[in-house]
Design a protein around this ligand. Structure first.
Ligand SMILES: [Zn+2]
Ligand SMILES: [Zn+2]
Length: 175
């Protein structure tokens, strides 16, 4: 475990916790699998698919510089403690899944075991469930005919020939 990187994760997240440690270790395992040194991973063309939006996501953002704003952190909110990582340059990918962790006992001690214990006690390495995600696309902005706010074109709906944003469009659910 790299003390400096772990400190950075704690600073970004606001505290250290077993969840953050889980994200840290899963990223470390994945980079090991992909053959990328953790301290250099920020500069690589990595993309992460997160199956949860819990504490561990923040460790991934710090370590890999994968963020929703850049489009290389994609969420599939399945409520699973699992991350898939792809290296865009090689096309190689890996899915790391956390085994169910007993939540009883000392949190501090658990955190240390997650960070430094034998990795296969807590985690499994699996094959990605999906292919490498498409790169962030460019969309035009269309001004909504009702509220006048700009909106990404693919979110615009038509109603009586007016172009409406999701806030102004009244869905018709009778089929
Ligand atoms: Zn936390
Ligand atoms: Zn509108």
């Amino acid at each position: 475990m790299d003390e400096g990187l772990w400190k950075d994760c704690g600073a970004f997240h606001g505290h250290t916790c077993p969840g953050l440690a889980t994200g840290y270790r899963m990223t470390e395992i994945a980079m090991d699998f992909l053959g990328i040194p953790l301290e250099k991973a920020k500069d690589e063309e990595l993309v992460c698919i997160a199956e949860n939006e819990a504490c561990g996501v923040d460790a991934v953002q710090v370590l890999l510089s994968c963020t929703p704003g850049k489009g290389n952190m994609i969420f599939r909110r399945k409520g699973k403690m699992a991350f898939t990582f792809f290296d865009r340059r090689t096309g190689k990918g890996v899915r790391v899944v956390a085994k169910p962790i007993p939540r009883d006992g000392d949190r501090q001690e658990l955190m240390q075991r997650i960070l430094n214990g034998p990795w296969d006690q807590f985690f499994e390495i699996k094959t990605p469930r999906e292919g490498i995600p498409e790169k962030a696309r460019h969309f035009d902005t269309i001004v909504c005919d009702e509220c006048g706010e700009g909106c990404r074109e693919d979110k615009i709906r038509l109603s009586q020939r007016r172009r409406l944003c999701p806030d102004c469009f009244d869905p018709y659910d009778r089929g």
